[in-house]
Every structure is written in C-alpha cells, then in structure tokens.
Design a protein. Structure first.
Length: 224
C-alpha cells in the first residue's frame, strides 16, 4: 500500500492507496509515501543529465537518489516537457519506518531539481551572500546564463565549450555584480542546492552546477 496525505482547509489527513496509484475518494494527492518493496518505477537524472527509469528503489543509482520521481505501474508516465505533476522522493532520506515521503511538484521543477542535485562537475568554491527564502514564481532567464568568476578555470572551460559551439549565452561575474550573485543564489535555492561554487549553468531554467561536458551537451541538445 502507498499512503497519501490530503490537505483541506482544516488540516491534513493520511489515507492509504494501492501501489497502482488508484484511490477510492477522488481526492487531490499532495503527498505520497513509498516503501522499498512497492511495485513502482522511479525516474531519475543520470550522470549524463539524461532522464531514465528504474524498477524499484534499489535500482536507482546512488548519485541520482536525492531527487527521484515515482511512477505507479498503471499511471501514464509523464515525459520531459509535460506540465503535469510528479511525485518526488529523496531516496537518501527514509522515514523512521523505512518508507519515503514524496512531494508533489510540476514536472519542470522536478527536472530542474534532479539535474541540480547531481554531484557537481568541475567547479570552484565561492562565497555568495545567502538569500532569505525564495520568491514564488522565480524563474530563470530565458537564455543560457553562466554564473561564475574571472579566476575560475571551470568557468573558463564552460565559456570555451559554448563559444566553440556558437551557443549564445550571458556570462555573469558573481564577484563583480552582487545583484546577479543574489539572482544565482535564488535560482539555486529554488532547486534546493547551496550557492557555494561556480560555474552555475542555467539552460532555459534547467540548472547544472559545475562544468561536465556530457551533461551540458545533453541540456543544449534538449533545449536549443
């Protein structure tokens, strides 16, 4: 069984639902609880920034377990670009009973979080002023943006990679432009990643931390 929490004007309650995603009261699902033995498929971003599926929690690779989408066996899987809700779990953080509690979010936000949560590529540590909260509706600029510094070697390699492929992008030096540094921090806060290193590469709202050529190639191929 999969337990689902429902929220109303007077609070939240938990009801049980079967692993095939069906329920008997027609309510709107807000939270999902998944057990290691439940018959579900997980979707995740691999180290090459491609979205893949695996049957069962144990089949999700360790680097991709922080942000994984839950696909009940009878549900129609969403696909990249669909604006449909996805139930998302952190497979590194089981509850006290060994199950995982999911949060419901739009697919575009699931994709952004899954990519940003991958182990960083080559990067340099920086100190960026922390931001207080995340404004609702914050979205990345509709261009390719590279946040970095003038001395960061991985930032230079990112720019060279984009230049060689004639990709138009905007470079932001976060040490010279405090306002844009705060913008970077908000972009990362939205996807649950600390703003402690550069480059941060924003490709039409999908974020990579650090330079890793195959990940960037995957995003550029999907988005441009």
């Amino acid at each position: 069984m999969i337990a689902v929490a429902l929220c109303t004007a007077v609070g939240c309650r938990v009801r049980e639902r079967t692993a095939d995603g069906t329920a008997d009261d027609g309510g709107v699902d807000v939270l999902l609880r998944v057990g290691p033995g439940d018959d579900v498929t997980f979707e995740y971003a691999d180290l090459g920034a491609r979205f893949r599926r695996a049957r069962g929690a144990d089949a999700v690779p360790l680097p991709s377990r922080r942000v994984a989408g839950v696909i009940p066996p009878t549900a129609r899987p969403s696909a990249p670009g669909d604006d449909v809700p996805v139930q998302v779990v952190d497979l590194n953080r089981p509850d006290s009973d060994g199950r995982f509690t999911a949060a419901r979010m739009r697919r575009v936000d699931f994709e952004a979080r899954a990519l940003a949560a991958l182990p960083p590529g080559r990067a340099s540590r920086v100190t960026v002023r922390a931001v207080e909260g995340v404004f609702a509706g914050v979205r990345a600029r509709p261009t390719v943006t590279v946040y970095g510094t003038g001395w960061c070697a991985a930032c230079r390699d990112t720019r060279a990679y984009l230049d060689q492929r004639s990709v138009k992008y905007q470079f932001v030096d976060v040490e010279k432009d405090p306002a844009r540094a705060e913008e970077m921090a908000r972009v990362l806060a939205r996807v649950g990643v600390p703003a402690d290193r550069v480059p941060v590469i924003d490709v039409h709202g999908r974020v990579l931390v650090g330079f890793e050529a195959r990940r960037l190639a995957a995003l550029l191929g999907d988005s441009l």
